[in-house]
Design a protein around this ligand. Sequence first.
Ligand SMILES: Cc1cc2nc3c(=O)[nH]c(=O)nc-3n(C[C@H](O)[C@H](O)[C@H](O)COP(=O)(O)OP(=O)(O)OC[C@H]3O[C@@H](n4cnc5c(N)ncnc54)[C@H](O)[C@@H]3O)c2cc1C
Length: 384
Amino acid sequence: MIVINDKKDCCGCCACINVCPVQAVTMFKDNEGFEYPAVDAGKCINCEKCQKVCPIGNSNNISCTEIPKSYAAINKDEKIRKKSSSGGIFTLLAENIISENGIVYGVAMSEDCRKAEYIAVNEIYKLNRLRGSKYLQCSAGNVYLKVQEDLQNNKKVLFTGTPCQVEALLSFLGKEYEQLICMDFICHGTPSPMIWEKYVDFHENESSIIKEVSFRNKNFGWKNYAINLKFADGKVYNKAHFIDSFMKAFLNNSALRPSCYKCAFKKLSRTSDITVADFWGINKVMPEMDDNNGTSLVILHSRKGIKIFEKLKDKMLYAETVLEDALKYNPAMRKSAEPNANRQHFFDNLDKLDFDILVSKYAKPKFKIKRIIKRLLYSVIKNH
Ligand SMILES: Cc1cc2nc3c(=O)[nH]c(=O)nc-3n(C[C@H](O)[C@H](O)[C@H](O)COP(=O)(O)OP(=O)(O)OC[C@H]3O[C@@H](n4cnc5c(N)ncnc54)[C@H](O)[C@@H]3O)c2cc1C
């Protein structure tokens, strides 16, 4: 049976609960708000399926000799692009699948905006719930079983998720389905859902209930993206990512899942068909593809990925790029986040301090201070 001795060895993908034939595995939340599996020894039949399905350790190490083709891409529909995190390429893929009577699986915020959840969408107007990144870990629950059922009924499926969720699905399915397309993204890591709830509590205490959230509002431009909260009383909160306390905790690596600091899925060759990301550095790599409204980096790993991208070309502006040039500005494709030195204090003080104070004390950026010291030293040396 599956036993987690080191939390870094469990990404919380839920493959083990989906595969268990006797429902002996359930997920429980630890004191940081992350889910881990627990096995009911009384129910367990020792089939070891839960260990074998685990994508960590069994991660599919595809050795690809060819560098995958990669593109800078922009959805020509400006309204959709404005609402998307990057260049709006996810929506183009999803619309194509739905137009062929398929189903799209992805992550939406719950009605009360307190958690992220997997939903299945088969109508284009419902895609707005999936659009945009939700920067907290979403429990996959029993989503892989649902995907399997759709595939067995010969439905086309687009499955989207973190790299670990995509590997978990493929490990669970254990066989190739021609009608399945998997899209992952370059992933910085996933923050604790409990930290998100604390942040929501903090804001709801100051105002009213949150009705809508966008983690990637582009009113100040794509590069200066902001978090945007809309409250029931009509108030709106909009703060740039480098000012807002939740985004600082996320980006300064105080709130990520332990396994994200030693991510097993950081690699160039992936089992997904398509990897999407923000094309950070586009202003340097290909300035003609940058209008500060969002450009996607699209990496095509498979024949299926290339085929669907070809079909969508007339709906986008695109230009082939050199992958290494793009990845210079997006190290998270191959490198895990470094834990913030104060991560433990951050979690220990979660119930003791106001959210803003907690973040200003324990979620400081490591690199800014280093950079300031470096600059000071440089100017001292230069002036002597
Ligand atoms: C936690 C997280 C970390 C990320 N880190 C990076 C990074 O370091 N560098 C980078 O370039 N890009 C990162 N991204 C990806 C980036 O933010 C965009 O999601 C991506 O470029 C797709 O943008 P889009 O405009 O095509 O579509 P969008 O409409 O913005 O994409 C939405 C898609 O993201 C999925 N999604 C949203 N939230 C989650 C979630 N919590 N878990 C699983 N799937 C989710 C939806 O199901 C949908 O498929 C991250 C995304 C997330 C969710």
